[in-house]
Write a protein that binds this ligand. Structure first.
Ligand SMILES: Cc1cc2nc3c(=O)[nH]c(=O)nc-3n(C[C@H](O)[C@H](O)[C@H](O)COP(=O)(O)OP(=O)(O)OC[C@H]3O[C@@H](n4cnc5c(N)ncnc54)[C@H](O)[C@@H]3O)c2cc1C
Length: 397
């Protein structure tokens, strides 16, 4: 891994492809380009690859299988097991960068991307006043970029312990304490279970919309396999197929506050709410060890106000309320984002008004994001070679 300043000469006819972000998406894109003899330089703002994975909570394992989570050009070692642990994901990403001799510059944050004045390439503004010119740019800064906390009334004056799930590591600080987890995505569901198993005295889970819950694996068949099989089917068909399957595999938790959702599983997934993979939530809710409560409306007099009017006084609140993409500063001025701040094109397709600007990792397919970025990498590399042949800097040999 390089740690020097990337060289750039805007007058060079041949330019590298710059990849912004050294997570799984950026690393696999760099590999796919390198495998085609194209120089790709990864710019990573932190001091190593896979930075978000180093910060995730301790008990995290991939919900997708080892085999279907591998990036192109390197299988994940068998010894990491079927559901790969967080630390092993980091080990794998480090090995991936090393084995493929990827050119990675750490400690460089890209703040803005714009067309070169002559329109022949892309100019990147980065840490320390750097200006780098690339033949093409791949934005791989992550779907889960910036922790999001709703604009709750009274939160600014709330003095109780409050943290975003991105800062949660383990249940140890909460042993014997009363904790409210807000949000029932995969992260909120798993943190609630972690707290119960770690000895919190009371765990409540605040739910606005009941989620679809699926078993991570049934008789050896991973939920991800179904996701891969149905991915291209019409949304309504998948919604209809999912309903009886859910009834068979997941008990009715209405009495405990988690009714089956009215909106179909795939409809919800396409809106960005991927199903919750059960890693203990069903059991914990059935046994009353995780109590489901209404959505949070705000904070008042040191209490949390819920949508049904109840006021609760937990000792700590963990907001598992998701992340935002934060692409506005980087590329917002290029008119390449939709109303929700997501890129209008991804993978091999570039926005019509921004040829040579690629995005990867900004979708949440039910077949798995890692599998998706691995496939995107090959498609983008092919497209870049096809569209930019003369302008690309090639590796020697
Ligand atoms: C808790 C959790 C569990 C997940 N589990 C799974 C799973 O089991 N299976 C699955 O398929 N997917 C999973 N995902 C989804 C997804 O696969 C991961 O988030 C994955 O890390 C995405 O890779 P990425 O490279 O797109 O983004 P990231 O891993 O977020 O990497 C982006 C990188 O870009 C860097 N960066 C950001 N902005 C800049 C900038 N301006 N300049 C330079 N560098 C920048 C960041 O420091 C970071 O290193 C999970 C996500 C989360 C949050």
């Amino acid at each position: 891994m390089a740690d020097s300043t990337p060289s750039a000469s805007p007058s060079d006819r041949h330019r590298p492809v710059y990849v912004i972000g050294g997570g799984p998406a950026g690393l696999s894109a760099a590999y796919a380009l390198r495998a085609r003899g194209i120089r790709a330089v990864v710019l990573e703002k932190s001091d190593g690859v896979g930075a978000p994975w180093r910060r995730h909570y301790d008990r995290l394992h991939l919900h997708t299988t080892r085999r279907l989570s591998a990036l192109p050009g390197l299988p994940i070692p068998r010894r990491f097991g079927r559901w790969v642990a967080r630390d092993d994901v980091v080990r794998y990403l480090e090995k991936y960068a090393e084995v493929h001799a990827l050119e990675i510059v750490t400690g460089v944050e890209v703040s803005r991307v714009e067309r070169t004045p002559d329109g022949s390439g892309w100019l990147l503004h980065a840490t320390g006043g750097r200006e780098l010119t690339g033949a093409a740019v791949i934005v791989a800064t992550g779907y889960n970029h910036t922790p999001y906390v709703p604009d709750w009334a009274g939160l600014d004056t709330y003095t109780g312990e409050f943290l975003h799930a991105g800062d949660y590591r383990s249940p140890a600080p909460y042993t014997g304490r009363d904790v409210l987890v807000v949000g029932v995505g995969n992260t909120g569901a798993e943190i609630a279970v972690d707290l119960v198993e770690g000895g919190a005295s009371r765990v409540r889970l605040s739910v606005r919309t009941a989620p679809h819950i699926v078993r991570r694996s049934t008789a050896g068949w991973a939920a991800q396999y179904t996701g891969v099989l149905v991915r291209r089917l019409p949304t309504g068909v998948v919604d209809r197929l999912a309903r009886p399957m859910a009834k068979l595999s997941v008990p009715d938790l209405s009495a405990q506050g988690l009714p089956r959702p009215d909106t179909g599983l795939y409809t919800r997934a396409k809106e960005g709410a991927i199903p919750v993979q059960d890693v203990g939530l069903i059991d914990a809710v059935r046994k009353g060890r995780v109590e489901v409560v209404a959505a949070v409306d705000g904070f008042e007099d040191g209490k949390v106000v819920l949508a049904d009017g109840t006021r609760v006084s937990p000792e700590a609140v963990v907001a598992a309320t998701g992340y935002v993409r934060s692409l506005e500063g980087l590329v917002g001025h290029l008119d390449v984002l939709d109303t929700r701040g997501r890129p209008v094109a991804h993978g091999a397709r570039t926005p019509q008004n921004a040829p040579g600007l690629y995005f990867t990792g900004f979708t949440t397919p039910i077949s798995g994001t890692l599998r998706e970025v691995a496939m995107d990498a090959e498609k983008m590399a092919k497209a870049i070679v096809k569209n930019g042949a003369d302008a690309l800097s090639r590796l020697p040999g």
